[in-house]
Design a binder for this molecule. Structure first.
Ligand SMILES: [Zn+2]
Length: 276
């Protein structure tokens, strides 16, 4: 059975960290994978030399195209909103996604979901992961769009908070670790372990995931300090697979149970009355 998966993100590079392995795995299994981003990520940090090369929106759109190719995505769409910037450093841009009308934005996404006859939509957890206003909006808009289009399965792409905090406590003892990786920053971020429904094994797709992350070179650049993406890209293969070889989801309407599901299409396969 072949399905269509639409993965909705706020900025170019979000797809790489949270969902790249799952997308690559779905594409390799013969499913249609469509990537949709709300903004071009033009409010993100980047080194002066990269900013001097031209508009960051254009650069980051091209990086997303390369990432999508590496993952086997069949289609990439931009909803055309402006990057809102972080909560403590808003971009103030006109048309910022975080301030967009939820229904209007949901209609744009729902149009794509209908066109694609999407079976599965990935969004973010209600906290927007670490709380970026555009990420919170991805949750709200994505949920509404799935309602409008009748998309049967909605998965919140997230991270196992307990595991993340334990890992950051270990990593925090190493030199050269960015301050934005302090474990306390993630006390209410992402999803508590007991609320997860899926833990997807993507270790076999580490090569594609690394290629997707590497495609976002502007996100690994900065004038000062070390960027998280740059740290992750420097990890040797076995450690990369260990750290980034699993991706977590919460499926709407599904009661969390152990063991966690490994297959994002499990609900579709289990529902024989659903039309093909
Ligand atoms: Zn983002």
């Amino acid at each position: 059975m072949s399905y269509t998966l639409v993965s909705f993100h706020a900025h170019p590079d979000d797809e790489a960290l949270l969902t790249a392995g799952t997308l690559a795995r779905a594409a390799a299994a013969g499913h249609r994978v469509v990537l949709v981003v709300a903004t071009c990520g033009e409010a993100g940090l980047a080194a002066t030399e990269i900013l001097a090369e031209g508009p960051l929106a254009k650069r980051r759109s091209a990086e997303l195209e390369r990432s999508g190719q590496a993952l086997g995505c069949a289609r990439i769409e931009f909803l055309g909103y402006a990057d809102s910037g972080m909560a403590d450093a808003p971009s103030g841009a006109e048309g910022a996604f975080a301030h967009a009308d939820t229904d209007e934005a949901a209609r744009r996404l729902a149009r794509i979901l209908r066109e694609e006859e999407a079976d599965v939509l990935t969004i973010y957890d209600p906290a927007g992961g670490y709380g970026h206003p555009d990420h919170i909006q991805v949750h709200d808009v994505g949920l509404r769009a799935a309602q409008l289009a009748g998309t049967p399965v909605v998965l919140e792409a997230t991270v196992d908070r307990g595991l993340l905090q334990r890992a950051l406590r270990l990593v925090g003892r190493l030199p050269g670790i960015p301050a934005d990786l302090a474990p306390d920053r993630f006390a209410a971020a992402y999803t508590a372990s007991q609320d997860l429904t899926h833990r997807v094994d993507v270790r076999a797709f580490a090569r594609q995931k690394r290629a997707a992350m590497a495609a976002h070179a502007s996100q690994a650049s900065a004038d000062a300090g070390v960027r998280t993406l740059a740290v992750l890209l420097r990890l040797p293969g076995p450690i990369f697979r260990r750290v980034l070889g699993r991706e977590w989801f919460v499926e709407h309407g599904r009661t969390p149970a152990r063991p966690l599901l490994d297959d994002i299409f499990a609900s579709l396969d289990a529902d024989p009355v659903r039309p093909a």
